[in-house]
Ligand binder design. Structure first.
Ligand code: PNS
Length: 164
């Protein structure tokens, strides 16, 4: 069985992430989307919430795609699922340097695990979780940036009058 993992912060999952996940799911027998539960930044959504949002976005893909939170190294997460590939999306040249460093580091840590890059669809080239959060914070339309199941929770979480 050919298994790949798709790790990320997904705070929240964007349309760009989802496009990469769907295309990766077509390439492998099994795709495990891994939500880093302990990102350096203070996340807007808890790991459990991010997992639930992603599950709502990939529910039509069936049991080939699973979603779970993880803590620790991506290569350990890959090993725990017997995955030989790490999927990452590339939006623009600006992503490349950090991704190259990460891919080389992961390859040194786990030589049998390869990183596979999928180019983001052209229409998602500018999309990021950071931008989605910022637009939502100012009441803008996030429907082009995040999948449908994320729109409501994102708006609600950043509602200006929401009690802290
Ligand atoms: O969505 P992001 O924030 O770009 O994802 C980054 C992520 C989660 C893939 C990366 O930070 C990661 O792999 N973290 C787990 C810790 C780890 O394995 N670090 C070494 C990789 S260089």
């Amino acid at each position: 069985m050919r298994t790949a993992v798709f790790p990320g912060s997904f705070d929240p999952i964007t349309s760009a992430h989802l496009d990469v996940a769907r295309r990766a799911a077509d390439l492998y027998d099994r795709l495990v989307i891994g939500v880093l539960s302990n990102p350096r930044k203070d996340p807007l959504f808890s790991a459990e919430e991010r997992v639930d949002l992603i599950r709502a976005c990939v529910s039509d893909l069936g049991s080939r795609v699973s979603v779970e939170a993880f803590d620790g190294l991506t290569v350990e997460f890959a090993a725990a699922h017997s995955a030989a590939w790490i999927i990452r999306g590339l939006r623009a040249v600006s992503d490349f340097e950090a991704e190259l460093q990460m891919a080389h580091t992961n390859r040194r840590l786990a030589p049998a695990v390869d990183t596979v890059f999928l180019m983001s669809a052209l229409e998602h080239g500018y999309v990021s979780s950071t931008l989605a959060r910022e637009i939502a914070r100012y009441g803008g339309d996030v429907s082009l940036l995040v999948p449908e199941p994320v729109i409501g929770p994102l708006k609600e979480r950043l509602r200006p009058d929401r009690p802290m």
